[in-house]
Design a protein around this ligand. Structure first.
Ligand code: FPP
Length: 248
């Protein structure tokens, strides 16, 4: 047996984003309802948040509910919302204890009132957390984000606050829901699908992709660590050549 390579604590991705996929299939394999898969996914969420904080990840973004997920059967949508409320309520104390700040990105105004309330309260309570920021993507999609950014920028251009010729990449990035958050260095997707699925379209431009066949409820600390090791074996070139990187 070969020893697992150690994780280089100097090269931890500052921002890890995760597409938590496969809850439904996991439940089906066990003859259960899809909701059972989502409930079981919470264990993986808890362990992932803990591991990320311990490894020194600064931002962890979880794709918890996409804009497209509203099209799922009403029963599944309401079960997911209840699970969110319940999980946020249950985990806030742990977030506080570990100095983890909770943030949300997405069209959160479209979430049920109870969910918005719970979220606002947890965000307010954890606002001074400095160890890690946990970003929940809720009613989020990359195209929604780019559209709302374009709309707000258009208003500012129309009112004369921003000059069209002065619009740069940084300007647009500042209107995205992730303003102030570094782009993800690593994207993890479970359940083997090789897609971005309308997640952080702008922000993932140079992100390393790590896809595992594991279904989300089975994702554990060792799997997260393996993703970090795989990331550390990659060479991030940002469009440059290897030679350029070795002299810089
Ligand atoms: C995708 O699996 C998963 C979701 C749409 C929801 C993820 C939600 C959780 C893990 C629970 C709560 C999370 C937090 C952050 C409190 P799928 O249903 O698409 O699975 P399938 O592709 O096998 O059908």
């Amino acid at each position: 047996m070969t020893a697992r390579s150690v994780i280089d604590s100097q090269n931890i991705p500052a921002h890890v984003a995760i597409i938590m996929d496969g809850n439904g299939r996991w439940a089906k394999q066990r003859g259960g309802l899809r909701v059972f898969g989502h409930q079981s996914g919470v264990t993986a969420v808890r362990e992932t948040v803990e591991t990320a904080a311990e490894l020194g990840v600064s931002y962890l973004t979880l794709y918890a509910f996409s804009t497209e997920n509203w099209n799922r059967p009403a029963l599944e949508v309401s079960a997911l919302m209840q699970l969110l409320v319940h999980t946020i309520r249950q985990e806030t104390a742990t977030l506080l204890k570990n100095s983890i700040r909770l943030q949300a990105i997405g069209d959160t105004a479209s979430l049920p009132a109870s969910c918005q309330r719970e979220l606002a309260e947890a965000m307010q309570l954890t606002a001074s957390g400095t160890r890690m920021t946990l970003v929940l993507a809720l009613s989020y999609s990359g195209r929604w984000d780019l559209t709302q950014a374009a709309r707000r920028l258009a208003y500012d251009v129309a009112s004369g606050k921003v000059q069209p010729a002065a619009v740069t990449e940084a300007t647009l990035a500042g209107y995205l829901s992730t303003a102030g958050i570094p782009d993800p260095a690593l994207l993890i997707r479970t359940s083997g699908e090789q897609r971005i699925s309308n997640f952080l379209l702008w922000q993932l431009a140079y992100t390393e992709l790590y896809i595992t066949d594991l279904l989300w409820p089975d994702f554990r600390r060792a799997d997260f660590e393996e993703a970090i090791r795989a990331y550390q074996r990659r060479e991030r070139r940002f469009g440059k050549t290897s030679e350029q990187l070795s002299v810089s």
